[in-house]
Design a protein around this ligand. Structure first.
Ligand SMILES: [Zn+2]
Ligand SMILES: [Zn+2]
Ligand SMILES: [Zn+2]
Length: 157
């Protein structure tokens, strides 16, 4: 759980209020579940953790609906390739949210959200479109090994 959880939740309420939508208790709880996880979770894993954290079993369909809401409000992101969900790393930030890209560690499963420069994204889209391909999702999901795992790997000797 991040140290500034109260601030993140407060910011989430404010973001929803200014968008004219309501962060209900259940939606907030789903966000709390994701904030409390160091790795992205599937909808079924969210059901499990929700039950443990809040003592209530929700149907996976309502979890999907709440996730849709949270994604819409940019509080949560979906990793398309893995169908997993994670809380946005920039909820408490003042800057505008950019198209997020994700660096996925194949060892520990942690995911880092980074913002890619707009002109790089535009270039990329242009070169993809020039092949006649239609892009469904703009976000990049890149696999590798995170800094933490690299530092902790036992050197082979
Ligand atoms: Zn984000
Ligand atoms: Zn930020
Ligand atoms: Zn790692």
């Amino acid at each position: 759980m991040p140290d500034d959880i109260d601030r993140i939740i407060q910011k989430s309420y404010e973001a929803c209020a200014s968008a004219g939508v309501k962060l209900t208790d259940k939606r907030k709880n789903v966000l709390m579940v994701l904030l409390g996880s160091s790795t992205p979770l599937s909808a079924y894993e969210i059901v499990e953790r929700y039950k443990i954290q809040f003592g209530e079993t929700l149907p996976v369909m309502s979890i999907y609906r709440m996730l849709d809401f949270l994604i819409q409000e940019k509080l949560v992101h979906k990793l398309e390739t893995a169908s997993q969900y994670m809380s946005c790393a920039h909820i408490a930030c003042e800057h505008q949210h950019e198209t997020p890209q994700f660096l996925i560690c194949d060892r520990c499963g942690s995911v880092k959200e980074i913002a890619i420069k707009k002109h790089i994204m535009t270039e990329l889209e242009r070169s993809i479109q020039s092949t006649g391909f239609t892009l469904a999702h703009q976000q990049l999901e890149l696999h590798g090994v995170c800094k933490h795992c690299q530092d902790n790997s036992v050197p082979a000797n």
